[in-house]
Design a protein around this ligand. Structure first.
Ligand code: IMP
Length: 182
């Protein structure tokens, strides 16, 4: 049974919406899409960015919504690009990252989901540990072709069950547990 009230995902990224929709569907929550570029503040904290994006989205849409902010954190680069992941992807991309890394390839993906409605602002975070592949492998979006989750030999782009284990899945699971009981 789907929860009846409307919930919107506000983002400019179709891939994220498709994944979030599939994941929330499995928890019985119907998700609609508002495609919008949101203002992104400069901050070292994904949560601060997510909260500010959620406020901006609510002021524009006036509907119960979630937004997501993510980052990939690479150990060898002391956590970089983290909150700057989007900019780094657009500039040096996956091949640029592969060229920077030497032996230590450990990394993690972090997702923050922020829910915003009139008087409620609530964030949920999750991470997945893994490593950066030596080569670009598979045809997924963003960093999927270079991120290998722990206990796997395949990148996110090569796996067919990314949506059952990703940072996004874990954060949305926390959100669902809260949302379905609020
Ligand atoms: P943002 O949350 O839209 O700022 O995303 C940060 C960067 O990480 C962007 O370049 C996204 O494409 C990338 N990204 C976020 N989540 C994923 C994912 O699940 N797979 C691959 N790339 C991702």
């Amino acid at each position: 049974m789907h929860k009846s009230s409307d919930l919107y995902f506000v983002s400019s990224n179709n891939h994220k919406y498709q994944e979030a929709k599939t994941i929330l569907d499995s928890f019985g929550i119907k998700l609609r899409f508002i495609k919008l570029n949101l203002e992104e503040i400069q901050s070292n904290s994904l949560k601060e960015i997510a909260v500010s994006k959620a406020r901006d989205a609510f002021s524009k849409c006036k509907k119960p919504l979630i937004i997501e902010d993510d980052g990939i954190f690479i150990n060898f680069l002391h956590g970089f690009p983290g909150p700057y992941s989007s900019y780094i992807f657009k500039t040096i991309g996956n091949n640029g990252i592969l060229n920077l890394l030497k032996q230590n390839r450990k990394a993690k993906f972090v997702s923050i989901i922020t829910y915003c409605d009139k008087n409620i602002l609530q964030s949920f975070d999750a991470k997945i540990d893994g490593s950066i592949s030596k080569h670009v492998k598979g045809k997924g979006w963003g960093y999927d072709p270079i991120f290998i989750p722990n206990n796997s030999k395949k990148t996110f782009a090569e796996l067919n069950n990314k949506n059952e284990l990703s940072h996004r899945y874990k954060a949305l699971k926390k959100f669902s547990n809260w949302y379905l009981h609020k």
